[in-house]
Design a protein around this ligand. Structure first.
Ligand code: HDD
Length: 712
């Protein structure tokens, strides 16, 4: 059975012709994809004993006590009692998918890594996206960094690119990671807040840690509330090293560029989704893949000479700095497509173990002190979380290429290693498995022979000391709307900080150093007196990097966008048909919504089956709304508070709305002013074209100030 039929499996099961009428169960041939391990097989204990009764424990008499002897019940409950493993200490909340990486432009001049060597070469990947702060059950849409971890199962071993959706990090040295994480996590006395950084300990730490200024600015930007995993950039953050067959090395930054463009939620939407659909991102990823709308990214490299490590005015080893794309363009070498959902969340997504130290010949590390510390941390954490050193034998972590060594035993060993010589050198087994000398192709891994010297010291290089220039660059590169969102985010978060001295420190010592106007605007919202800088203005001549603004990262089409079609009794069937066709041919998703999920009759008297109701699929779950014309459209929608809220909320969240035919009157009835994104008309084709153009912009930013007056 293919993935598509799997997705619709539950509704097939409901069909009467697929039921085994004798006992009301689905027929076996409809089920075998659901339990391929056990369909048609007897229920047994873990040791294979067939079970006669799985409903009742063993009792002394019908109404008597349960007997210790009941090995079936005890085995079952013991296993259940141990079902959980510790969640990840950070990045606990996540979702993942399988796919492939394909080389589009071989990088053999830069690296001997075989997975980057030939155009068209495909390598299987498993990708896990995550938030950082919240626990496993927390909401997807909170303000946070998103993890973007890619496991390449290359033919020379696994390569894990364990990155984020932001190109910089909060700290420069791994020794500060526990401090940072303790500060951002829920506070220890009451375990509040879940999935949020709007609390005293986070702002206390970052206001005392100027090196965090740049990354905190990113987390206060729209990047921290992505609309979907498919619409996020990914970054390896650190400078890595690529080494070619001649042994030459370059420093590189890895970039993932989404085909869907970079788009975000608006803050009100993100907060509401956290309650109404906490699974919003994982659901989106899952549904897109089941629909065949496969999320896709380009893999790009920024390549720098080692001699230039300090040429750009910052240090390439400093993970709080990015390399502006205007300075070093991104060279695209391949693409990644996610086209298969996991079969089992626990076995794959939860047990996946990423490690920045999983590399292959042709890739190597730089001396970034954050990277260096991470090299220790990831194996260490898996030992606890996955219960011992055999975690790489778990199917999701196992390489697809052959692997052999003399490591043996330890908890949960899966391999049954044959033979007697588990050591090297040996003469009993011909000294196998043997080392492979480094070579141009298929050679063994050898570290780049970087010359090193120096005293043993605990110091931070002076080249790491500028904490504000790039924060200023980011701020200056934002559009007006993006800047406003940043001001709003700082104001929101700091308003939740109880201690006024922490708020003040952040504004006066951090924001004022990024940009005086940013500080002033936030200070005004917090009632902080900034006398000394009150007349300050931003330096308009300061550099900008257009590549940092999401406004410049839109995809130019509407593929993958979700459009709600608000159905009402008597709605025009031909118009709904044309709309679905037009959306589908543009790669967008049509969602038929109605006052309830009951089928309703359209203008041609035929039943139309909604996919959901206005209440179950609120406007925050879609990108745009189309209301087809129809005899009863006004009466139905105006008399329905949920429907009215749906439309007003979509307007407030700056979404394109098309009101066709009779539905046009809803604009004035609801007090919604027409603009580039609120389009009305009687004729489908021109109306759809205007609607599609608005949707290409994703949001109608010019509406934002006006929409503030609409109740949330
Ligand atoms: Fe980390 C998980 C990304 C710094 C220690 N990290 C983790 C994950 C991602 C990142 C995406 C989730 C992987 C998954 O989906 O399973 N981490 C980053 C990035 C960093 C970074 C981009 C900075 C550039 N991390 C960092 C430091 C340390 C860690 C400095 C420790 C010194 N990270 C961990 C960890 C985690 C982890 C505790 C938790 C679960 C896991 O590793 O497997 O070891």
């Amino acid at each position: 059975m293919n993935d598509q039929s799997k997705a619709t499996g539950s509704s097939q099961m409901a069909g009467s012709d697929t039921l085994d009428r004798a006992n009301g169960n689905p027929k076996l041939d409809q089920l075998d994809d659901f339990r391929e391990d056990a369909t048609g097989e007897a229920l047994t204990t873990n040791t294979g004993t067939r079970i006669a009764d799985n409903q009742n424990s063993l009792r002394a008499g019908e109404r008597g006590p349960t007997l210790m002897e009941d090995f079936i019940m005890r085995e079952k409950i013991t296993h259940f009692d141990h079902e959980r493993i510790p969640e990840r200490v950070v990045h606990a909340r996540g979702a993942a998918a399988h796919g492939y990486f394909e080389v589009t432009d071989p990088a053999t001049d830069l690296t001997c890594a075989s997975f980057l060597s030939e155009a068209g070469k495909r390598t299987p990947v498993f990708v896990r996206f995550s938030t950082v702060q919240g626990p496993r059950g927390s909401a997807d849409t909170v303000r946070d960094v998103r993890g973007f971890a890619v496991k390449f199962y290359t033919d020379e071993g696994n390569f894990d690119l364990v990155g984020n959706n932001m190109p910089v990090f909060f700290i420069q040295d791994a020794i500060k990671f526990p401090d940072f994480v303790h500060a951002v996590k829920p506070e220890p006395h009451n375990e509040i807040p879940t999935g949020a950084s709007a609390h005293d300990t986070f702002w206390d730490f970052v206001s005392l840690t100027p090196e965090s200024a740049h990354m905190v600015l990113w987390t206060m930007s729209d990047r921290a509330i992505p609309i979907a995993y498919r619409a996020m950039q990914g970054f390896g953050v650190h400078s890595f090293r690529l080494v070619n067959a001649e042994g030459q090395s370059k420093l590189v930054k890895f970039h993932w560029r989404p085909k869907a463009g970079v788009c975000s939620l608006v803050w009100d939407e993100a907060q509401k989704l956290a309650g109404k659909d906490p699974d919003f991102h994982r659901r989106g990823l899952w549904e897109d893949i089941e629909r065949g709308l496969y999320p896709e990214w380009e893999l790009g490299l920024q390549v720098m000479d080692e001699e230039d490590a300090q040429r750009y005015g910052f240090d390439l080893l400093d993970p709080t700095k990015l390399v502006p794309e205007e300075l070093v363009p991104v060279r695209v070498v391949g693409r990644m497509v996610l086209n298969r959902n996991p079969d089992n969340f626990f076995a794959e997504t939860e047990q996946s173990a990423f490690h920045i130290g999983h590399i292959v010949p042709g890739i190597d590390f730089s001396n970034d002190p954050l990277l260096q510390g991470r090299l220790f941390s990831y194996t260490d954490t898996q030992l606890l979380r996955l219960g011992g050193p055999n975690f790489n034998e778990i199917p999701i972590n196992r390489p697809l290429c052959p692997f052999h060594n003399n490591q043996r035993d330890a908890p949960h060993r899966q391999q049954i290693n044959k033979g007697r010589a588990a050591y090297e050198p040996n003469s009993i087994d011909g000294n196998w498995p043997r080392e492979t000398p480094p070579a141009a192709s298929k050679g063994g891994f050898s570290s780049y022979p970087e010359p090193l010297s120096g005293n043993k010291v605990r110091v931070r290089s002076a080249s790491f000391s500028d904490h504000f220039s790039q924060a200023t660059l980011f701020w200056r590169s934002m559009s007006e709307a993006e800047q406003q969102h940043i001001v709003d985010a700082y104001s929101f978060e700091l308003s939740k900080v109880e201690r006024s001295f922490i708020r003040e420190r952040q504004v006066k010592e951090i924001l004022a150093n990024i940009d005086p106007l940013l500080a002033l605007r936030v200070a005004e919202n917090l009632g902080i007196d900034l006398d000394s800088t009150a007349s300050a203005t931003s330096d308009d001549s300061a550099e900008v990097s257009p590549a940092l603004s999401q406004i410049n990262l839109l995809p130019g089409d509407i593929s993958g966008r979700r459009v709600a079609i608000m159905l009402t009794p008597g709605c025009k069937a031909d118009e709904v048909g044309s709309l679905i066709k037009a959306l589908e041919s543009a790669g967008a998703v049509a969602k038929l919504l109605a006052p309830s999920v009951a089928a309703l009759k359209s203008s041609d008297g035929q039943p139309m089956q909604p996919d959901g109701s206005f209440a179950t699929e609120p406007s925050i779950t879609v990108d745009a709304v189309f209301v087809p014309g129809g005899e009863y459209v006004l009466k139905t929608l105006q008399g329905d508070g949920v429907a009215k809220h749906f439309l007003m909320e979509a307007y407030k969240h700056l979404k394109p709305i098309a009101l066709s035919g009779e539905a046009a009157h809803l604009a004035s009835a609801l007090g919604l002013e027409e603009d580039d994104g609120l389009v009305t008309g009687d004729s489908f084709d021109p109306l759809f074209t205007r609607f599609e153009n608005a949707l290409k912009q994703h949001r109608i930013w010019e509406r934002e100030a006006r929409a503030k007056a609409i109740p949330a």
